[in-house]
Design a protein around this ligand. Structure first.
Ligand SMILES: NC(=O)c1ccc[n+]([C@@H]2O[C@H](COP(=O)([O-])OP(=O)(O)OC[C@H]3O[C@@H](n4cnc5c(N)ncnc54)[C@H](OP(=O)(O)O)[C@@H]3O)[C@@H](O)[C@H]2O)c1
Length: 324
């Protein structure tokens, strides 16, 4: 599998990250291990989890994803080969939604323990916290990097201007910055006022900021629950707009002509973007994983790319605010 740069760290990671959100809960241990094995066999080295996964699933009050990933790493002896991303900041159990410094330290310790690893390769703040000064958040994260508990930082569901502000605070003090942004991002673009319950969709400012400042974009829920290739998954709530109907028709049309899955095609479009973009792949079966791994193989002609980008794209077309 090819790689993409991770921000300005000088490091590269697999161009498709495997999301482990339901591993150990909705997706049983055996299937989760099979998915991890197949992803690894395909060359994938970049796993995505979070401290809360998936405590909202009935019957699973405790985090199951991190321990399962940890178990797999241990059983397969692959710790050194894999890049492990996890997240903190959302509420679960008795942990409140917060980026309070004590909570950050507590949750980093718990995640390292559950994953059975010394260092988290990429730690995201999973959500913004307007009540904790950003300088305190960045200082605490810098402390974790300094202590060797975390290697790189990322932000998820944080508005562009807040990431920019946090990174300026970090730069002024010589602390590590957010190098990656995980955001709700697909080919279809949601309504401005759609409510995704704390999940923040990518907007023009975020995409442009990441582009200008060399932060990697990691689209989560890239297929919108498989809606680009399944009759049982219509265009989801929050996305029902005429532009998206056109987008869907185009994806269906191109997928049919190329003989590929529409969900894979959308992830291929992400990989094809000029700005480093790494879809966080969500699957529950081996067949879905096989289909989505095809994203790495799908290529576009200039005409196809132009058609895909012609309907409505994020970011600013011409970054020339001087109007020259
Ligand atoms: N940072 C955040 O706030 C955040 C939020 C959400 C997710 N994430 C991360 O992103 C990862 C992916 O998110 P997601 O699960 O919401 O992604 P998604 O791409 O929107 O949905 C994945 C689901 O779509 C269906 N699907 C995907 N590919 C398919 C294919 N080729 N053919 C048929 N069906 C297909 C499957 O549904 P069925 O299983 O129902 O068949 C699959 O489980 C998560 O594991 C997690 O790591 C992060």
């Amino acid at each position: 599998m090819k790689t993409k740069p991770l921000g300005a760290t000088g490091e590269s990671v697999s161009e498709l990250s495997l999301g482990a959100m339901y591993f150990g809960s909705r997706i049983d241990r055996e299937t989760s291990f099979a998915l991890l094995d197949r992803y690894y066999e395909a060359g994938g080295r970049f796993l995505d989890t979070a401290n809360i996964y998936a405590t909202w699933v009935e019957g699973y009050d405790e985090p199951e994803s991190e321990p399962l990933v940890g178990e797999w790493l241990d059983e397969r002896g692959l710790r050194e080969e894999m890049t492990i991303a996890t997240k903190l900041g959302f509420s679960y159990g008795d942990v409140p939604r917060s980026l309070d410094p004590d909570l950050i330290e507590q949750e980093i310790a718990r995640s390292r323990e559950r994953l059975g690893i010394e260092t988290i390769d990429l730690l995201y703040v999973h959500v913004d916290d307007p009540d904790t000064p950003q300088v305190d958040v960045m200082e605490t994260l810098a402390g974790a990097v300094d202590a060797g508990h975390v290697r790189h930082l990322g932000a998820s569901n944080v508005p562009a201007w807040r990431i920019a502000r946090a990174n300026r605070i970090a730069a002024e003090r010589g602390w590590p910055r957010f190098e990656a942004v995980q955001t709700r991002f697909s080919y279809m673009i949601p309504d401005r006022d759609a409510d995704f319950d704390g999940q923040l969709p990518a907007g023009d400012e975020l995409i442009d900021y990441c582009d200008q400042e060399e932060l990697t974009v990691l689209p989560y829920s890239p297929t919108l629950q498989g809606s680009y290739g399944r009759d049982d998954r219509p265009i989801p709530d929050g996305y029902v707009r005429s532009e998206n109907r056109l987008k869907m028709e185009l994806v269906e049309n191109l997928a049919e002509r190329k003989g590929v899955d529409g969900n894979a095609l959308v992830q291929a479009w992400m990989l094809d973007r000029e700005q480093p973009t790494i879809p966080v792949v969500g699957v529950s079966t081996i067949d879905q994983l096989e289909a989505n791994l095809q994203a790495s193989e799908i290529t576009f002609t200039d005409a196809e790319r132009d058609r895909l980008n012609a309907i409505e794209s994020l970011g600013f077309d011409e970054w020339d605010l001087r109007g020259e």
